[in-house]
Design a protein around this ligand. Structure first.
Ligand SMILES: Cc1cc2nc3c(=O)[nH]c(=O)nc-3n(C[C@H](O)[C@H](O)[C@H](O)COP(=O)(O)OP(=O)(O)OC[C@H]3O[C@@H](n4cnc5c(N)ncnc54)[C@H](O)[C@@H]3O)c2cc1C
Ligand SMILES: NC(=O)c1ccc[n+]([C@@H]2O[C@H](COP(=O)([O-])OP(=O)(O)OC[C@H]3O[C@@H](n4cnc5c(N)ncnc54)[C@H](O)[C@@H]3O)[C@@H](O)[C@H]2O)c1
Length: 467
């Protein structure tokens, strides 16, 4: 008999949910992670610290209140790194306690250290004591996540040239910063530092950014960031980043050089599989350290599963949790349904963006007719009360069957508001439901009714002309 029925490698969102799901099904379960990484990248270096930092920035700068109290409004004049770090550390500590508690009350054994395969049912745990411990299991779930990619051409020193792990430990708020890569991580941090008053330059090799989002909303974000003095260098590739005595130099392939106090390199991530000795289990990873799985999250070895960022796209905490639960159910022979195809995207830039379903560009490319309904926050009482005059909600509606094809939100509360649209779409509702529904007043949720009426008015107008 093996030591455990299910062994999970990694305690990020996917590992936690896998372990708890297996334990709820009555299995003997253990989860392995390094002592200082309980909760994974999500709690310690990624999602939670960055989102907490964002709240601290919004509060201390007073940015979201300036429309009401004037452009000079600040809660604190000189915001220091320790002002920002205090809130982040508080939330990390609390969240780590919550996770430890959840694991323990579900009788999931927490093993400290890093796991490495010995054979397909055996994992050696290196806990840093010099003596590895052997653990065996019937089923193994790999939830090892990713780490920032660190090319040799970049002279990382974790002070002036940092990745997204290092950016939360900076010694001071930089006066200037280059952000390499306009992916989600790059844009979220670019907007936070710009709000703090840092002069930010974003370098991105593609011709634009966040191309999977609604183009009009990305334009609005760019406008806002330019207003906070952000410079964009699109279609430019970084060749090298050098550390000098007084600043860092970012050297572009086009020959340009950009000097800045700090460079944050956020140009992709790499699966944490190098130390797992995958071949000992009969497995391998691709060039970016990712493991291939089937629709049940099974690897090429039937009793070994992989979930979360280590399997690649979409690489979100939200989807990772669900993958963990589904993999554990499958490993424990519990019937499951597939993950719902409709998944929201939330981007915590300042202002934030969120959407579900199709974009206008996707619908146009697939020759799917749609009508647009828009509500602007500045026309909502709640928008005025909050001092958000730029926010908007956009519904993409099928004029044929009146279902919602996409929901796009920009501004305060976007990442929460999107779920109303997601629920209507997921339940097969139509724009008429939103027209006929009564929303609390004054709320931002009311924007759904305003946008729905806008879409329905346009559809009716066309029907009248069309006969
Ligand atoms: C800056 C940043 C911001 C983000 N913001 C968001 C967001 O707003 N919303 C969102 O949905 N997603 C966000 N993400 C993505 C999200 O953090 C990841 O999708 C999520 O953390 C992946 O979860 P995971 O379960 O794969 O494991 P991870 O959270 O990646 O954790 C993996 C764990 O495995 C452990 N591990 C690795 N190797 C071993 C081993 N050999 N043995 C034992 N343990 C091992 C590691 O120590 C780590 O603790 C963000 C990511 C970053 C970097
Ligand atoms: N709110 C959220 O849901 C959230 C927040 C942060 C991160 N994440 C997830 O974390 C993952 C990683 O995000 P990311 O932003 O690091 O990766 P990414 O791969 O999305 O973005 C990297 C960007 O860097 C650019 N790039 C690469 N090399 C370059 C070079 N030499 N010069 C200039 N540009 C270069 C790429 O073209 C790309 O646009 C993603 O899957 C993302 O979804 C999600």
């Amino acid at each position: 008999m093996h030591d455990y029925e299910v062994l999970v490698l990694g305690s990020g969102p996917s590992g936690q949910k896998a372990a708890i799901a297996a334990s709820k099904l009555g299995r003997r379960v253990a989860i392995v992670d390094r002592r200082d990484m309980i909760g994974g990248v999500c709690i310690n270096t990624g999602t939670v610290p960055s989102k907490t930092l964002r709240e601290a920035v919004l509060y201390l700068t007073g940015l979201s209140q300036r429309e009401l109290y004037g452009s000079n409004y600040r809660v604190k004049e000189d915001i220091s790194v320790s002002d920002l770090a205090a809130r982040t550390q508080h939330v990390i500590n609390r969240q780590t306690d919550v996770i430890r508690n959840q694991l323990s009350r579900n009788q999931v054994a927490l093993i400290s250290g890093a796991g490495r395969f010995g054979d397909p049912h055996t994992v050696w745990i290196d806990s840093g004591t010099g003596r590895d411990t052997k653990v065996t299991a019937d089923k193994i779930i790999i939830a090892a996540g990713t780490r920032p990619a660190r090319p040799d051409s970049v002279d990382f020193d974790d002070r002036t040239i940092v990745d997204s792990d290092g950016v939360i430990n900076l010694h001071a708020v930089p006066r200037s910063m280059v952000v390499v890569g306009a992916g989600v991580i790059g844009m979220e941090y670019a907007s936070m530092f710009a709000a703090l008053g840092t002069k930010v330059t974003v370098v991105e090799r593609r011709p634009g950014m966040l191309e999977f989002c609604d183009a009009e909303i990305v334009e609005s974000l760019k406008y806002h960031l330019r207003d906070l003095s952000v410079t964009f260098r699109f279609g430019e590739e970084v060749a090298a980043v050098e550390r000098h005595a007084t600043a860092a130099l970012t050297i572009l392939k086009s020959g340009k050089k950009i000097a800045a106090d700090t460079v944050m390199y956020s140009a992709g991530r790499q699966g944490q599989t190098d130390d797992l000795d995958l071949p000992a289990a009969g497995l391998s990873a691709d060039r970016r350290g990712r493991i291939e799985v089937d629709q049940h999250y099974r690897t090429a070895v039937e009793h070994i599963y992989a979930v979360g960022d280590v399997i690649g796209f979409p690489a979100l905490a939200s989807t990772s949790m669900e993958q963990g639960r589904l993999a554990a159910y499958h490993a424990c022979d519990e019937p499951t349904r597939e993950m719902h195809a409709l998944q929201p995207i939330g981007i915590y830039t300042i202002p934030e963006i969120s959407f579900v379903g199709k974009t206008e560009e996707e619908l146009t490319n697939s020759s799917t007719p749609f009508e647009v309904g828009i509500a602007r926050y500045r026309e909502l009482a709640r928008g005025q009360i909050l001092g958000d005059s730029y926010g908007m909600l956009k519904l993409l509606v099928s004029p044929e069957d009146r279902t919602l094809l996409g929901v796009h939100v920009f501004g305060t509360g976007a990442t929460e508001l999107v779920h109303i649209g997601q629920t209507v779409m997921g339940c097969g509702g139509t724009v008429d439901y939103l027209v006929d529904t009564v929303f609390n007043y004054p709320t931002l949720a009311e924007s759904y009714k305003t946008a729905a009426l806008d879409a329905v008015n346009k559809i009716r107008h066309i029907h009248r002309i069309d006969g």
